[in-house]
Design a protein around this ligand. Structure first.
Ligand SMILES: *Cc1c(COP(=O)(O)O)cnc(C)c1O
Length: 827
């Protein structure tokens, strides 16, 4: 283990396959209590993970010693979601142990690929926001930055999705039903979290002090997941908090016959980390959700303060020099008044000093402009759960309005009510976005266009007040998971033709542009794409029974199901193609397979109806001989990280068709383009930057721009204008009202038509339909020219270097966190 590598370019495996074979056998015997002839595939997975953990834990120890020896400044990344996926393959790649382990297992009569399939996804997130947090942890560790991820140890992650008669069914996700080999419990770092109760003002030495008498105490138990950097660099931790009933047990109540009540209290305490809320983008103001937010924010802050005080005691001068705290969306915004509470109530600090520290450590990432996603809490609910924090928020607000706002706009009550943390009205609300902006020294959006809209539309007054606070950090993805691990054939081709350090220097893919017109390279590139499509065809067959032709265009839309992402625009176009084929069986089109993957929030009716419609249309088309194999539609169940890893390498076309101005960045768009898919998309989020990098010729841009969307909406958008003036569009929308796709059940798909017409079509599906259909014709034409397609695909892969999450992290470091890298000692 002392031979672990340190330099970014070194690629030596830290063990021989013989040694690894011994370790795996050892763990099969001693950790799993079984032996090769009897062991299940799951036991082999556990034993392999345990063997690899020897390297992981050694790296973790070295890293922690290094960080404490140098008293390093660290970023604490607070996120309610971490969508980690599987860890074994990623850890093997990052430790350069993949081939070695493959060999070791082969010698033991086992197949690594099959064993990797045993691992449940760690799905502690909904979609893009949680996956971004996971990519950031990978990059932070790879770049040797001291960092801790803080989140919630959900017992049940994002639900498992099944289809029954085409409809989505949810089942609980049980990722740790049989334990999890990666996590380490840290009882020595347990925290006590307070909730409810009341605040008392006591007077001491002529000074008023606030004492919070909580109504409940909850125990927060930390579980650490090691995060291995590429090249076995730093091993950081992701610390996830589990809620438990506190040990402060009321024995009197218990003995007085309160056994059952005590059990109920325990169940209530454990409910806090029981389940991830399954809504992407929105979450209604549920009490348990607020408690989740406070629970993990307070536990994380207590942990940060404990670690700081271990080295610095009551000397707070170093605090802002050593601590950076990033709020991933407003979900952990309550950390701001919580730090004020700790400093003022527990550490006896005065207001100005506390605010000075607070404001220097926090920064906030905005992820959405969707009005329904901007968090607000009912003031009375907030007061009930966190009475002391509401007082602190009032005081923060008072200082802000009477000092900063009054100075800038004297006597202007309009701007005060716009900027106040408290929204006045029939129900008074606490605006978590405003709290986050006021309490942070930097606020970033996640793509250029999004950050501009944050300044101009979401927080224009804040931008006027603090012109340097709002900034941009365009999202990124880790090329280790999203190319090297998931697309080994392409990774190997790149190794041979670009430089071998592309996994840490993704800009070096640029070299491939020189080969974009090289016929041999084109053939090699497209052969790999074809092989990946054959593999995905097998997965499709296994999961759905549907046979697809790898010679067809694989056109993929994978992301959460949401109206703004417009899976129904894709569906309308599929119906148009189907109709053209029925009207003219000789209709000339390149055979195409449309492949979807998407979960809908369980309470989002229209999203679930769209899934149902896709499944019903797929049934009808896939079984209609008249289309002559030119059209297939597949909706894969249970879309998640591990399924994305199988779909992305096989994509020819990447569907990124959100209404302009609605998708903050997107990261699926980056994963697909990096793997050589051509984007068909709107000028939204990071699509704009992808088009800039790849060149407009190598993407298919369509639809209204942000400005055109605004203009159309302010003119007054009427979907009937489009519906009545486009015969094909009218025909396919009307088709949804018949029982053509749901025999005997007319109206089963009508909700979609209704939303597009009488519902006002809020996401401008009809307005963009014709432009989308025309762009799809260009896709078809480009694909017929095999060389032109190969060229575009290669250029897409070659030019995605910007979207390495290492670049995003370096931007955060330069613009916000100001960290220094610390390669671990002994490495
Ligand atoms: C990358 C990813 C997402 C985000 O996809 P978008 O297209 O950016 O919305 C969602 N879910 C999973 C499983 C992912 O891997």
């Amino acid at each position: 283990m002392t031979t672990q590598t340190r330099s970014a370019s070194s690629r030596k495996a830290p063990a021989t396959s013989k040694a690894l074979q011994q370790k795996i056998l050892h763990h099969l015997h001693t950790t799993q209590g079984t032996y090769p002839e009897k062991a299940s595939a799951l036991a082999w997975w556990e034993a392999t993970a345990a063997a690899i953990n020897e390297f992981v834990m050694a790296g973790l120890t070295d890293t922690q010693k290094t960080h404490s020896r140098y008293d390093t400044r660290a970023v604490n990344y607070l996120s309610m979601e971490f969508l980690m996926g599987r860890l074994l393959s990623n850890n093997l790649h990052n430790l350069h142990l993949f081939e070695t382990t493959d060999k070791a297992l082969a010698a033991l009569g086992q197949n690594l690929t099959d064993i990797l399939e045993q691992e449940p996804d760690m799905a502690l997130g909904n979609g893009g926001l949680g996956r971004l947090a996971a990519c950031f942890l990978d990059s932070l560790a790879t770049l040797n930055y001291p960092a801790v991820g803080y989140g919630i140890h959900y017992e049940h992650g994002l639900f498992e999705q099944h289809f029954r008669n085409g409809r989505q069914i949810e089942r609980p996700d049980d990722w740790r039903e049989y334990g999890n080999p990666w996590e380490v419990c840290r009882p020595e770092s347990v925290q006590q979290i307070k909730l409810y109760g009341y605040v008392e003002t006591v007077y001491e030495d002529g000074r008023a002090r606030k004492v919070w008498h909580p109504g409940r105490n909850i125990k927060a138990v930390p579980w650490d997941i090691p995060v291995v950097g590429y090249n076995g660099a730093n091993v950081n931790i992701l610390r996830l908090w589990e809620s438990r009933a506190t040990d402060f047990f009321d024995w009197d109540v218990f003995n007085a016959g309160g056994y059952v009540d005590a059990q109920i209290e325990q169940a209530e305490a454990e409910a806090i980390s029981k389940v991830l809320y399954p809504n992407d983008e929105t979450e209604a103001g549920k009490e348990l959700r607020l408690i989740q937010q406070y629970f993990f924010s307070a536990a994380s802050l207590a942990d940060i303060v404990r670690r700081y005080q271990r080295a610095h005691g009551d000397d707070w001068t170093q605090f802002p020099k050593l601590v950076a705290i990033q709020l991933n969306d407003t979900h952990p915004a309550v950390a701001i008044p919580e730090l004020m509470r700790i400093l003022i109530d527990d550490k006896d600090m005065d207001w100005n000093h506390a605010w000075q520290l607070c404001h220097q450590v926090f920064s906030y990432t905005n992820h959405t402009l969707l009005p329904e996603a901007l968090e607000k809490w009912d003031l009375h609910l907030f007061e009930k759960v966190l009475p002391r924090h509401l007082e602190l928020i009032y005081e923060i607000n008072h200082h802000f309005l009477t000092e900063e706002v009054e100075q800038k706009w004297p006597g202007d009550d309009g701007v005060k009510s716009r900027l106040s943390i408290i929204e006045e009205g029939a129900r008074r609300m606490v605006r978590m976005g405003h709290l986050s902006v006021i309490g942070s020294h930097r606020v970033n959006g996640v793509a250029e266009v999004h950050s501009e809209l944050v300044k101009s539309d979401l927080f224009p007054d804040f931008h006027a007040l603090w012109p340097h606070k709002l900034t941009n950090v365009t999202n990124g993805i880790t090329p280790r998971r999203w190319l090297k691990a998931c697309n080994p054939r392409l990774a190997e081709l790149i190794d041979r033709h670009a430089s071998k350090d592309w996994p840490v220097r993704l800009d070096k893919l640029q070299k491939l542009t020189d080969l974009a017109d090289d016929a041999r390279f084109q053939n090699a590139f497209m052969k790999i794409k074809h092989e990946n499509k054959e593999e995905l065809a097998d997965v499709i067959k296994a999961l759905t029974g549907i046979e697809v032709d790898p010679g067809a265009i694989f056109d993929i839309q994978i992301k959460r199901l949401h109206e703004y992402k417009r899976q129904h625009l894709n569906l309308l176009h599929i119906l148009a193609l189907y109709r053209r084929l029925l009207e003219n069986p000789d209709h000339d089109m390149v055979p195409r397979v449309f492949i979807f993957g998407a979960k809908a929030a369980p309470g989002y009716r229209l999203a679930k109806d769209i899934i149902f419609a896709i499944n019903k249309v797929a049934d009808r088309i896939n079984n209609d001989e008249r289309v002559g194999g030119k059209l297939k539609v597949v909706m894969l169940p249970n879309y998640r990280v591990s399924l994305a890893e199988k779909m992305i390498p096989a994509a020819d076309v990447s569907e990124q068709i959100s209404t302009a101005g609605k998708e903050a960045s997107g990261t699926g768009n980056m994963k697909l383009a990096l793997n050589g898919a051509l984007t068909i998309g709107t000028l939204d989020g990071a699509n704009i930057e992808i088009a800039e990098e790849a060149g407009e010729d190598n993407v298919f841009i369509f639809g209204l721009t942000v400005d055109e969307v605004k203009a159309l909406n302010s003119r007054g958008y009427n979907p009937y204008d489009y519906y009545l003036n486009d015969a094909e569009l009218k025909a396919v929308v009307d088709w949804l009202d018949t029982d053509y796709f749901t025999p005997g059940q007319p109206g089963a798909l009508s909700s979609i038509k209704h939303s597009l017409l009488d519902g006002g079509d809020p996401f401008l599906v009809l307005a963009d339909f014709r432009s989308y259909a025309e762009a799809q014709l260009k896709v078809d034409a480009r694909y017929r020219d095999r060389k032109a397609w190969a060229r575009s695909a290669i250029i897409n892969t070659a030019t995605m270097g910007k979207f390495n999450s290492d670049r995003s992290i370096q931007d955060y470091v330069d613009r916000i966190w100001k960290l220094k890298p610390y390669p671990r000692d002994n490495a």
